[in-house]
Design a protein around this ligand. Structure first.
Ligand SMILES: [Fe+2]
Ligand SMILES: [Fe+2]
Length: 474
């Protein structure tokens, strides 16, 4: 169980380590200042029907109730320790998992933890203004739930920094509260986390695509030989699932509403669809292309000696490492990667050890493919002959083998001129953003009401009805 009588709720017996406890209690007010500054705008007095983690068991860990967000019990929750756990891959395979940071992997681990930790507050910052344009009280509650949990994920990483990395760790923990998404002087570390999230379509796309990158990164860190990191990430994953649910069902409901309107009115031209105040499927496709491509960049270069080193040293594993049936060393294995060669995209094989970023990206692509398939079933059911597709993995990339090339969504290498002529067929234009923004002119918060451009969900949160008062504004 988690101890909520402590100033910092935790299941790591924080009270036994006074120095650490004091250091974290010192960081806590700085965190709250950040929340007041960069958390959801004007939300501080709202009472929100939130779930709070009560224990770390996979089922029944959550409790629902009204909470003022600044009073949310952010804390430190790790999956329980398995004393038999081993390092499951790389040269240390078979050794007991590390309970302290091995000296030689210290800076690598610190960098991985800081990079993961940095994305958590970044997304809260990106979403700060969205409460003003929510399509329903249900959705408002969901974004707040995502925000407080991203805040908790920051806590999770900061705990590791404080507990295991001494003074450097404390400095990094402070810096995590200093950077700001999109700031020119002191931006967040990764590109996608400096992009604005200006509207709810972008928010749902972000939670579907970019939060899911978080899931895959957490899954591979959950395999780490450094046991406290693995256990932290395992518990974060249980929270992450809800974020991706919000994204997938959010886009699904937008599609459903658009299709209903198209059918009722027997229209399919995007301008006719827009005239009805819903989001045309073509605009959805362009948003999808954008969010998919900036997220694919987060996996890094196809061929990476860093990724190979992380693996060999036992620091970061593959997605579902222990379920894979191979030697977990990858000394002989090969893996295909794509590149542009003489104006065409070709595939070549490279040592699998160096292609671990690409492999994780491919695991991710398989999962988003099934999500897009579920969206397409909504369109198909409505009898509309349009299908959403994932763009080619080289489309609109800035990192790796495709950086510097112009690739069409169907995977052709384009000239600069062709790209310039056609890019807004594929990516959201200023006009697209302006149109979507025009739908977000105010918030919809009457009980049980939903904005015109989105269908209600199938059911409420925690079996509550759709007209439940998910947020009390006070
Ligand atoms: Fe997160
Ligand atoms: Fe998340």
């Amino acid at each position: 169980m988690i101890d909520y009588t402590e100033k910092i709720p935790n299941n790591v017996d924080l009270g036994r380590d006074r120095v650490l406890q004091r250091a974290l209690e010192h960081w806590q007010p700085a965190y709250l200042n950040w929340w007041y500054d960069m958390g959801p705008n004007e939300s501080h007095a709202y009472e929100v029907y939130l779930r709070t983690a009560m224990n770390v068991e996979p089922d029944g860990w959550a409790q629902f109730g009204y909470v003022r967000m600044p009073e949310y019990r952010w804390g430190i929750f790790l999956q329980p320790q398995d004393s038999n756990r081993q390092v499951n891959f790389g040269v240390h395979k078979g050794e007991p998992a590390w309970q302290e940071v091995p000296g030689e992997h210290r800076s690598t681990l610190r960098r991985l933890i800081v990079t993961q930790g940095d994305t958590e507050p970044a997304s809260v910052e990106q979403q700060k203004m969205l409460g003003f344009s929510c399509p329903s009280m249900y959705d408002l509650r969901n974004i707040f739930q995502v925000n407080v949990e991203e805040g908790r994920h920051l806590w999770a990483m900061v705990y590791l920094l404080h507990r295991y990395f001494g003074r450097d760790g404390r400095e990094e923990a402070e810096a995590l509260l200093g950077r700001r998404s999109g700031d020119l002087d002191n931006p967040r570390i990764l590109g996608a986390f400096n992009e604005p999230t200006p509207d709810w379509l972008a928010f749902f796309m972000f939670t579907f695509f970019t939060d899911r990158d978080g899931k895959f990164q957490l899954c591979s860190l959950a395999e780490s030989g450094f046991d406290p990191l693995a256990r932290t990430c395992r518990f974060m994953l249980t929270e992450e699932a809800h974020h991706m649910f919000v994204g997938e069902t959010g886009i699904g409901r937008i599609i459903q509403r658009t299709c209903e309107v198209m059918k009722e009115n027997k229209i399919d031209d995007p301008s006719d669809v827009r005239a009805m105040g819903v989001i045309d499927l073509q605009t959805l496709q362009r948003y999808l292309n954008f969010h998919c491509s900036v997220t694919l960049d987060l996996y890094g270069s196809e061929v990476s000696s860093n990724a190979a080193n992380y693996y060999t040293s036992g620091v970061k594993g593959r997605f579902e490492e222990t379920k894979i049936n191979d030697d977990h060393l990858l000394t002989e294995a090969e893996y295909p990667v794509s590149e542009v060669f003489e104006g065409k995209i070709r595939t070549k094989t490279v040592p699998a050890l160096t292609a671990l970023n690409e492999r994780l990206r491919d695991d991710y692509i398989r999962e988003i493919e099934s999500g897009v398939g579920r969206w397409n079933r909504v369109i198909e059911k409505a009898g509309i002959p349009f299908r959403l597709t994932l763009p080619h993995k080289g489309f609109h990339r800035e990192i790796g083998n495709f950086a510097g090339f112009k690739i069409s969504p169907d995977g052709r290498v384009l000239t600069e001129e062709e790209w310039n002529k056609r890019q807004y067929e594929w990516l959201p234009s200023k006009q697209d953003h302006a149109y979507v923004q025009s739908l977000m002119s105010g918030r919809v918060v009457e009980l049980g009401k939903f904005a015109n451009w989105i269908a209600p969900p199938r059911s409420g949160i925690n079996n509550q009805p759709l007209n439940f008062e998910y947020v009390r504004f006070n």
